[in-house]
Design a protein around this ligand. Structure first.
Ligand code: 13P
Length: 249
């Protein structure tokens, strides 16, 4: 049985002050909850406040992005060691918004994934098709390509901490979540790619989350699927009550 991971991706929302307020309200709602792993990924600027607020609790903190170099003249970027230093344990890699608006290619995603794993962070690798690709029957090709390229030159040993999130882009922020059935099919395909790259034993243990309009109302049905090992939640993770309700699906 794979322990489910429920992660919140705050995207570009909340200041450090708002972060402290969130945890003040959220932590009592999930105190003692050990059935699932809980992670929140705030903006970089909020990471210190988030780590401080969650010290000694059942909530871990992740970043939303990282640079793949160890350090250097890369204005505006953050390297893996900096994330570790502030107390991050997780990092989102290759989110569709990074791919769509910031030119992240499959190669860049591969660099970032390798850098995160190398540093000992738990990467949450995002893959998913856009609406046009689904409508053109290209979903399988897209997911295969994204996995294959992301996994390039990674050994099974190095990949040990990998987590994947299937986030169909047409379901993100649209209120149109994918059905549990459709999601399961995508997860089976992704697990198959992981088996090809890292072996069946690895794939059996790999956690594959679903992301895209997860809400308290649909979380239970999604989490009931054997293939779905958790959720990556955007909008609904900004509110302590709704995120706690999702965690407790
Ligand atoms: P929403 O839950 O707002 O659809 O966002 C999903 C997402 O992109 C999480 O990374």
């Amino acid at each position: 049985m794979r322990k489910k991971l429920i992660a919140g991706n705050w995207k570009m929302y909340k200041s450090p002050d708002e972060t402290r307020t969130f945890f003040h309200d959220f932590l009592p709602l999930v105190a003692g909850h050990i059935r699932d792993e809980i992670v929140i990924c705030p903006p970089y600027i909020d990471l210190c406040a988030a780590v401080q607020a969650t010290k000694g609790t059942n909530v871990a903190i992740g970043a939303q992005n990282l640079h793949w170099e160890k350090e250097g003249a890369y204005t505006g970027e953050i390297c893996p060691r900096m994330l570790l230093d502030v107390g991050c344990t997780h990092v989102i890699v290759g989110h569709s918004e990074r791919r769509q608006y910031f030119g992240e290619t499959d190669d860049i995603v591969n660099f970032k994934l390798k850098a995160a794993l190398e540093a000992g962070l738990t990467p949450i690798l995002c893959v998913g098709e856009v609406l046009e690709e689904r409508e053109a029957g290209l979903t399988e090709d897209v997911l295969r390509r994204q996995c294959l390229r992301a996994f390039h030159a990674l050994s099974t040993k190095k990949a040990a901490k990998l987590v994947v999130a299937y986030e169909p882009v047409w379901a993100i922020g649209t209120g149109k979540s994918a059905t549990p059935q459709l999601t399961s099919e995508a997860h089976v395909l992704i697990r198959g790619e992981a088996a090809k790259a890292f072996g069946q034993q690895f794939a059996d243990k790999l956690r594959i989350l679903y992301g895209g309009s997860v809400k308290p109302e649909n979380a239970k049905a999604l989490m009931a699927e054997e293939e779905i090992d958790g959720a990556l939640v955007g909008g609904a993770s900004l509110n302590p009550k709704s995120f706690a309700a999702i965690v407790k699906y």
